[in-house]
Design a binder for this molecule. Structure first.
Ligand code: PLP
Length: 486
């Protein structure tokens, strides 16, 4: 009998190859310090991957070899302790194994009566507990905070205009909705305004105060002005950990304003919100427990492998009514596989969904919140250490107060913007450390976000030494600076 199945014909040989693949990844993580953080991709390597659509089969071993030689060495490097660019989590060996288990199970978490959904509900329960939300609050895993913010905005829109908006569209209500976030809020909020059909102009970007937080006085004024113009203020975003500097908006005052003005209060806590796991940081997030919704990522500070965003909504019923859609092929029963309603697909745009919950469940279960909290607090200690060292170096200048785990600084010299852009590239190409850049008050800053649980003081020292050495080199040959411009 011939088989058309995609399973191996020789399971023992497959098992041997599978164990080699697992060993390779364990070696990769165990020996990651010996590698460069990142390295430029040679053209020959890019070329190696180019191939016509494969028609005949080829061996798993060959594909794995290509992975080991052409793919693994040229990833972004966020698992490496020297990676400090943007805000990327480092992942963990436990998370990696959970991904493998989830891949083997191949569960679809759109719905139906299955334990994997109970796992997601358990994580939701832990998330409620973490942020002091009631049992009636709802939540699901999504790709990331970009999607979580969009879901929150859609629920708030429906709550404000009524469920008819789903059928009639936003124009039918004849009311022009406006939303508020700080100038340092993430660009995905404005993208979400676009996706909702409200338009990016309907997002008011409120200036920052001296601590890089949303200026609440100016917020009150902006709301008043919009009301006077006949517009309908409906949505207020507080950021708990801005991407630029890690600043935490005054969530308590924002919650007060939202209550007085009857606005939906959303917290974008993409990377910062899990700071509540650290007892030393938790008080700084006061007010988050009063939010109508919280978006955050397990894949940043939580170190869960990509991707694992989460949206938590206080009014679970409003959440469901924003997304639930009848369809004959999705009808529910009280028994059998079609039981267990409501399903995750009733709370977001996705029908088919992977088992993201498992890697978050494993991470919380195996490491525990105490250890995760200590790891998070440690990244903030490292950021303070880096800031102190920057302040003690005459060649360096700190460009923003260090609120959490993000340090913005620059190397002094002529044409500082181009110099520091080139310096960030030179650092990345050195393989020693990989910070990124941002613009603060019109000035280019080198930005080190300490997110990775593997980073230690030695890595901070390496970043400092490489910065000073490369900075000296670049200022010495300042006419070559712009060759690195991109
Ligand atoms: C990273 C980040 C986002 C976007 O989250 P993704 O998971 O990348 O979609 C939004 N807001 C803030 C504050 C962030 O740090």
């Amino acid at each position: 009998m011939t088989t058309k199945s995609l399973d191996p014909t020789d399971w023992d040989a497959f098992r041997g190859q599978a164990h080699r693949m697992l060993d390779d990844m364990i070696d990769y993580l165990a020996q990651i310090r010996e590698r460069p953080v990142w390295q430029p991709i040679p053209d020959t390597v890019r070329e190696q991957l180019r191939a016509p659509l494969p028609v005949p089969p080829s061996s798993l071993e060959d594909a794995h070899n290509t992975f080991m030689h052409a793919i693994l060495p040229y990833s972004v490097g966020n698992a490496h302790p020297g990676f400090m660019g943007w805000v990327h989590g480092g992942g963990t060996p436990v998370g990696m194994l959970a991904e493998m288990l989830a891949g083997g199970l191949n569960a679809n978490l759109g719905g139906r009566d299955q334990m994997p959904i109970e796992v997601e509900r358990q994580v939701l329960q832990w998330v409620r507990e973490l942020f002091g939300f009631p049992d009636s609050a709802s939540g699901i895993f999504v790709t990331g905070t970009s999607m979580a913010n969009l879901i929150s905005l859609l629920v708030a829109r429906t709550a404000t205009l009524g469920e008819d908006v789903r059928q009639n569209g936003i124009d039918a209500a004849g009311r022009k909705l406006v939303a508020y976030a700080s100038e340092a809020a993430h660009s995905c909020i404005s993208k979400a305004m676009d996706f909702c059909g409200l338009g990016t102009d309907a997002l008011r970007r409120i200036p920052l105060d001296a601590q890089q937080r949303l200026d609440t006085q100016r917020l009150r004024r902006a709301i008043g002005e919009d009301r006077a113009r006949g517009l309908v203020p409906f949505y207020l975003v507080g950021t708990a950990g801005t991407v630029d500097t890690g600043a935490i908006d005054d969530l308590e005052t924002l919650a007060d304003i939202a209550r007085q003005e009857k606005l939906w209060f959303h917290v974008d806590g993409a990377f910062g919100a899990l700071g509540v796991l650290a007892p030393s940081l938790a008080p700084r997030f006061k007010g988050i427990e009063r939010a109508d919704s919280i978006a955050f990522d397990f894949h940043k500070w939580g170190q869960v492998p990509y991707d694992a965003g989460f949206i938590l909504i206080r009014d679970g019923e409003q959440h469901r009514r924003t997304f639930t859609t009848p369809a004959a092929y999705l009808s529910r029963e009280s028994q059998g596989l079609a039981a267990g309603s409501p399903w995750p697909c009733d709370f977001g745009p996705d029908l088919s969904r992977g088992f993201r919950a498992l890697k978050a469940w494993f991470t919380l279960k195996v490491y525990g919140t105490r250890q995760l909290g200590e790891m998070i607090a440690n990244t903030c200690d490292l950021a303070r250490y880096l800031a102190e060292r920057v302040e003690n170096e005459p060649k360096l200048e700190l460009l923003a107060p260090v609120s959490l785990n993000v340090v913005c600084f620059r190397y002094r010299g002529e044409d500082m913007d181009n110099l520091n852009r080139a310096l960030a590239v030179a650092l990345q190409e050195s393989g020693v450390a990989a910070p990124s850049t941002t613009t603060l008050n019109g000035r280019i800053a080198i930005r080190a976000a300490i997110v990775n649980h593997r980073t230690n003081t030695g890595d901070i020292d390496n970043l400092l030494e490489a910065t000073l050495a490369l900075g000296a080199k670049l200022t010495q040959f300042s006419d070559t600076e712009t060759t690195h411009d991109c």
